[in-house]
Ligand binder design. Structure first.
Ligand SMILES: [Zn+2]
Length: 177
């Protein structure tokens, strides 16, 4: 294995041989794929990686030289960061900056911890809401919460995309439910 000292830590997008986005790996891992001829670099990042024998531009996007079959996760994991990312870090009730996670139908009354029942909320709305439903307060949700979909979510999760990856990822906003 080459001795690679990573100088940039942002990660590289890996495409299948068919150019379909697969995942994000460390820059070091992407460089090893390129140096071992398992992938070719299709977009450079910033900087140079130095190995014992050679120097390689930091890979930003690499494409596998052989097609791999990948079983996809069909749903995005429900994490705090993923919920904030889905909701744009805005409160689902007042659109102010969100700091908390709210269960729309309260957990204390049997509400599920699921994409369809969680929203980002500001502390004030969350506190005021307590164990009531939005309907009981006469509140409206900005949008009905749904599980995030789309290739960018599958590949990136809550990770912010590198602008250099935009050509390979469908980065349009998911359509409102
Ligand atoms: Zn709020």
């Amino acid at each position: 294995m080459p001795d690679i000292r990573p100088t940039v830590g942002s990660g590289a997008l890996v495409l299948n041989a068919t150019y379909e986005p697969l995942c994000v790996v460390s820059v070091r891992r992407a460089a090893i794929l390129v140096l071992s001829a398992k992938a070719v670099c299709v977009a450079d990042g910033e900087g140079i990686l130095h190995s014992a024998r050679s120097a390689l531009p930091v890979p930003s996007v690499v494409r596998l030289t052989r097609f791999v079959r990948v079983p996809y996760r069909t749903h995005v994991g429900l994490s705090r960061r993923a919920i904030f990312a889905r909701d744009g870090w805005r409160c689902a009730y007042c659109r102010g900056p969100a700091e908390t996670i709210d269960h729309v139908f309260p957990r204390s009354r049997g509400g599920r911890h699921a994409w369809e029942n969680v929203v980002a909320a500001c502390a004030r709305c969350n506190h005021t809401k307590g164990d009531k439903t939005p309907a009981e307060l006469g509140w409206r949700l900005h949008a009905l919460p749904t599980a995030p979909k789309g290739i960018a979510w599958r590949v990136l999760g809550h990770r912010a995309p590198d602008p250099r990856w935009a050509d390979w990822l469908d980065l349009r906003e998911p359509e409102a439910a």
